[in-house]
Design a protein around this ligand. Sequence first.
Ligand SMILES: Nc1nc2c(ncn2[C@@H]2O[C@H](COP(=O)(O)OP(=O)(O)OP(=O)(O)O)[C@@H](O)[C@H]2O)c(=O)[nH]1
Ligand SMILES: [Mg+2]
Length: 321
Amino acid sequence: MNTTARYLLVILGLVISIHYILSFANESYGRATAISSIKNHIYGTPSEDTITVPPPLNPNTDITTNPDVANDPASSEHLAVDRRANATFVILCRNSDIDGTVRSIREIEDRFNRRYQYPYVLLNEVLFTEEFKKRIRVLTSAKVEFGLIPPDHWYQPDWIDEVKATEGRDKMVANNIIYGGSVSYRNMCRFNSGFFYRHPLMQKYRWYWRIEPDVHFHCDINKDPFLFMEDNNKTYSFTITMYEYEATIPTLWKTVKEFKDKHPEYIAQDNALGFMESGDKYNLCHFWSNFEIADMDFWRGEAYSAFFNFLDEKGGFYYEV
Ligand SMILES: Nc1nc2c(ncn2[C@@H]2O[C@H](COP(=O)(O)OP(=O)(O)OP(=O)(O)O)[C@@H](O)[C@H]2O)c(=O)[nH]1
Ligand SMILES: [Mg+2]
């Protein structure tokens, strides 16, 4: 090979490498240079009208694919698996979280869900914008539903003493406590503790896998964790536990103990109190719920419902963080 040909080969190699690096590193470049995008440029983009989207079932619901078909085992012939759990991903997010949500869904699709096609439920206390829904729908061929959270599942209840709540927040702000002044953070904590599994869109599912905007899945997941949990009689799974900031939950353990003493019938024989209690003091170990897979039958059951109602009635979701 002569020198010019060698230079040409090196330059070609460089151009291809830069193209691939940019495709992965820069979302808009990747989209703009995708073959399908170039094809659309030449032949024209299919208009919205050519995409069949069934009408929403009710104003709070917006489904991208036919739920009957998606849930029908006979329709799962195209799947790489022959068995799936009755499960969904759930993502609580704001319209402003769109970029991080896109990144999370793209990663979980690549690493796991392109083979399993588990559906997604996205929840928000305000309506998702059309732009948001459009950008999410193109990421997966699995069913995607967008739900509006009922106001009484989200906002601070009327019976909370606002003077006491404000005092608590102000004190936490003064002490530089994380999320100390945020009411929306408290709404989110209460919703994730006692309401997401009651949302109408979640009712048909038993298992969920919580995903947040901007989380990462670094490895391929070649086994179905939902089925693992179902087959091995597991209820809750997590990836990390951390020490809680004590200042954010000054009365939590006292309240937990009160519940425990009042309701021994709800305390399992082989319970995990030893994991959380040192003597009768809370050792501050807590699961990070940013990632969790769990059985909603447990949250919906009598014992947890009684526990959540007990915590809620004490008002700690608003008087603490
Ligand atoms: N719709 C909506 N979603 C929210 C709101 N606040 C938080 N979220 C979502 O709730 C989840 C948890 O919120 P984060 O801010 O990550 O709270 P966190 O996990 O305790 O905090 P980090 O440790 O900082 O991640 C994420 O999926 C957020 O997108 C809100 O006001 N509205
Ligand atoms: Mg988080």
